[in-house]
Design a protein around this ligand. Structure first.
Ligand code: CAA
Length: 288
C-alpha cells in the first residue's frame, strides 16, 4: 500500500514542475499543496487534505494536479476502499485561485482548456466522500459536488459567488447545483452569489449529513469504512449507475442500470452476498 504523508512547510501554490522533480527522487510522492494519508481501523480509507490554509485552500493548478495524482494512486491501490477529501476547519476550498486567474485572458483559458483536468474525481471507481468544514465556494463547491457524497461540518457554507467577480461557475456549478437542489434555489445561489449554510444545504439535499466540526472527518472515514465492508465490484457498479443518471435520459439510465444489475450476476460477490443472507451470516466479499 502506498502511504504518503507530507507536511507543508510553505503554503504558496508550488509549481507542478517542482512537484514532478520531487516525485522522481522518491518512490513515495511528496505533495506540496495537499496532505495524503490513510485512515480507518484497516487503513483502507484514503484521505486527501487540501492544504493551502493561508489562501483558504484556493484550488490553484498545482494543487489540483496533486489531487489527481493522489486519486490515481488510491484508485490503483487494492487496499483502499474509499477516499475522503477534506480541507481544514475554516475552509474546504474558497474556489479556484483568483490570483492565478487574474492575468489570464480568453485565449489563455480557451486554448489551454483551463480547468479541464479538474474532473478526475468524477471518474473514480471507488467512492469519494467530501468532508466540508467552512467555506466551499465557487470551485470549492463544484469540487465537493463532483464527489459522490458530501458530509458537512456545522460551520460549512456553500456557494457559487463567481457572479460577484464578474464571471460564472466554470467547473460544473451551473449544471450540478441544479441537479442537487433544484432550479429555483440553484438559480438564486448562482445569480446572487449568496452563501448557503450547512443547515440549508442539508434541507435542500446538497449534503447528506451534518456533524460537529471536530467530528466531521472521522465520520466521513467511518462512512468510507462502512462502504469498504461491501463488495467493491457492486459498489463501483452502483456508483456508476447512479452517476450516469445525470448524463442520460431516464430510458437510457434504466437500460444502463439493468445491464449493470445483470452484470453483478457474473460475480462471486453477488452469489456470496445472497448465500450469506440465506445462511444468516456476514458475507465474505472477495472483489471477484
Ligand atoms: N483565490 C485566491 N485567494 C483566495 C481565495 C481564492 N478563491 N479566497 C480567499 N483567498 C485568499 C485571500 O486573498 C486572502 O489572502 P491574503 O491574506 O494574501 O490577502 C486569504 O485567502 C484569506 O481570505 P480573506 O481575508 O478574504 O478571508 P475572510 O475570512 O475575510 O473571507 C471568504 C473568506 C468569504 C471565503 C473570502 O476569502 C472570499 O470571498 N473568497 C473568494 C471566494 C470566491 O469568490 N470564490 C470563487 C472563485 S472563482 C471560481 O471558483 C471559478 C470556478 O467556477 C472554478
Amino acid at each position: 500500500m502506498f502511504r504518503l504523508v507530507s507536511r507543508l512547510a510553505r503554503t504558496g501554490c508550488s509549481s507542478s514542475t517542482h512537484f514532478g522533480a520531487i516525485r522522481s527522487l522518491s518512490s513515495t510522492a511528496t505533495f506540496e499543496n495537499i496532505i495524503v494519508d490513510t485512515r480507518g481501523a484497516k487503513a483502507n480509507v484514503g484521505l486527501i487534505q487540501l492544504n493551502r490554509p493561508k489562501a483558504l485552500n484556493a484550488l490553484c493548478d498545482p494543487l489540483m494536479r496533486e489531487v489527481n495524482e493522489a486519486l490515481d494512486r488510491f484508485e490503483s491501490d487494492d487496499e483502499i476502499a474509499a477516499v475522503v477529501i477534506t480541507g481544514n476547519e475554516k475552509a474546504f476550498a474558497a474556489g479556484a485561485d483568483i490570483k492565478e486567474m487574474l492575468p489570464l485572458d480568453y485565449k489563455d483559458v480557451a486554448a489551454g482548456s483551463f480547468l479541464s483536468h479538474w474532473d478526475r474525481v468524477t471518474r473514480m471507481r471507488k467512492p469519494v466522500i467530501a468532508a466540508v468544514n467552512g467555506f466551499a465556494l465557487g470551485g470549492g463547491c463544484e469540487f465537493a459536488m463532483m464527489c459522490d457524497i458530501i458530509y458537512a461540518g456545522e460551520n460549512a457554507h456553500f456557494g457559487q459567488p463567481e457572479i460577484l467577480l464578474g464571471t460564472i461557475p466554470g467547473a460544473g456549478g451551473t449544471q450540478r447545483l441544479i441537479r442537487a437542489i433544484g432550479k429555483s434555489k440553484a438559480m438564486e445561489q448562482i445569480l446572487t452569489g449568496e452563501k448557503m449554510p450547512a443547515t440549508e444545504a442539508l434541507q435542500s439535499g446538497l449534503v447528506s449529513k451534518i456533524f460537529p466540526v471536530g467530528q466531521l472527518v472521522d465520520e466521513a472515514v467511518k462512512l468510507g469504512e462502512k462502504i469498504g465492508e461491501l463488495s467493491p465490484i457492486a459498489v463501483a457498479f452502483a456508483k456508476e449507475a447512479v452517476n450516469i443518471s445525470c448524463e442520460v435520459s431516464l430510458k437510457e439510465g434504466l437500460r444502463f442500470e439493468k445491464k449493470m444489475f445483470y452484470g453483478t450476476f457474473a460475480t462471486n460477490d453477488r452469489r456470496e452476498g445472497m448465500k450469506a443472507f440465506i445462511e444468516k451470516r456476514k458475507a465474505n466479499f472477495t472483489n471477484t
